[in-house]
Design a protein around this ligand. Structure first.
Ligand SMILES: Cc1cc2nc3c(=O)[nH]c(=O)nc-3n(C[C@H](O)[C@H](O)[C@H](O)COP(=O)(O)O)c2cc1C
Length: 325
């Protein structure tokens, strides 16, 4: 039984949705489901697990995204991840980079729905937490009307009930991963139709959602939305998610920022450097008075040797002064 809500999710993003970023997002919303960066099953099995999988208890609910296509390896990696305490394991069937293709996983698996189904079946046998799939609508010359349904139906037959669909095809040749996030065009209607045809499945739409108004529009057609770049570049929008989409209490932004500052202080005391802790904050006051000074102060001062919590406190004073003025 899946008790996690997928109504509002923050997408997996390599180099961006690391643990500090997720802690910041969690300070701003108690309800959104947060996804990690993709980690390959091979890395989980052979690599430094504490570094790859370690996370902060306050991130819950948090889903680990795995990449891979060997069912036994995927099962092994899922078991290890479940032992770390993740709330869900998500399989990446959407990432188009060359590195990922050569390992035969990510978006190229849109061509191999039966193999994906074998993977999720093995993963589901290995763990009791939900196993979900993030996919594209198709790749290259595939007909998305067929490729999306084929992938979803194969995985649903293997017991998966939650799908996050990045509503555009991926081009595996000739476009960089970055270009693949903006072209070819999005086809939200296809995702809506697939949801209507399969009402028992939980379908999330992803891709190009920039505002909470747009998110609310999508929610008239599907069960959930997944925001990537908008959540990262403008994390403040997360502060309205609980009240708007979950009937929860409005989040006090100052208290949320203070909670994150306390987390930063704790991590510094444990020996972390300031810079990686500051990175997810840079977009925080996006568009507000004092934001440029805030950002500049952090960008210039945080990378310096020995930079401490005072750098963050000073930066916050720029936005606070402007607010008070
Ligand atoms: C910097 C960056 C890294 C990404 N890394 C991943 C990843 O590890 N796994 C994945 O499934 N998608 C990844 N994506 C794709 C996003 O999850 C999302 O599908 C895509 O950005 C479209 O959503 P958006 O328009 O809301 O950003 C990444 C996107 C960005 C911008």
């Amino acid at each position: 039984m899946n008790s996690l809500s997928h109504r509002f999710c923050v997408a997996p993003m390599m180099d961006w949705t690391d643990s500090p970023c997720r802690v910041l997002h969690r300070c701003l919303t108690r309800q959104a489901l947060l996804y990690t960066e993709m980690v390959t099953a091979e890395a989980v099995v052979h690599g430094d697990r504490a570094r790859l999988l370690g996370f902060d208890g306050r991130e819950h609910p948090v889903a680990l995204q795995l990449g891979g296509s060997d069912p036994a390896r995927m099962a092994q990696a899922s078991r290890i991840a479940a032992d770390f305490g993740y709330d869900e394991i998500n399989l990446n069937v959407g990432c188009p980079s060359d590195r990922v293709q050569s390992g035969r996983f990510g978006a190229c698996l849109m061509r191999e729905p039966m193999l994906v189904a074998e993977c999720v079946a093995a993963m589901r046998t290995a763990v009791s937490i939900p196993v979900t799939v993030k996919c594209r609508i198709g790749v290259d010359d595939q007909d998305p009307e067929q490729s999306l349904r084929a992938l979803i139906d194969a995985c649903a037959a293997a017991g998966v009930s939650v799908f996050a669909v990045h509503a555009r095809k991926a081009w595996l040749e000739g476009l960089s991963p970055k270009e693949n996030r903006d072209v070819p065009p999005l086809d939200y209607e296809l995702v809506y139709r697939v949801k209507r045809e399969r009402p028992h499945l939980t379908i999330l739409v992803n891709g190009g959602i920039e505002t909470l108004e747009q998110a609310a529009d999508h929610l008239r057609h599907v069960d959930g939305v997944m925001l990537g770049r908008a959540a990262y570049h403008n994390p403040m929008l997360l502060a309205q998610v609980d009240a708007r989409f979950f009937g929860g209490a409005p989040v006090d932004v100052d208290a949320a920022v203070e909670a994150y500052a306390e987390y930063v202080a704790q991590r510094l005391a444990q020996g972390s450097r300031l810079h990686p802790l500051i990175k997810p904050l840079l977009g925080l006051y996006h568009g507000q008075p004092g934001a440029r000074l805030f950002r500049r102060h952090l960008s210039e001062q945080a990378p310096r040797e020995g930079a401490g919590i005072a750098v963050l406190r000073e930066a916050l004073s720029f936005v606070k002064q402007r607010e008070a003025a």
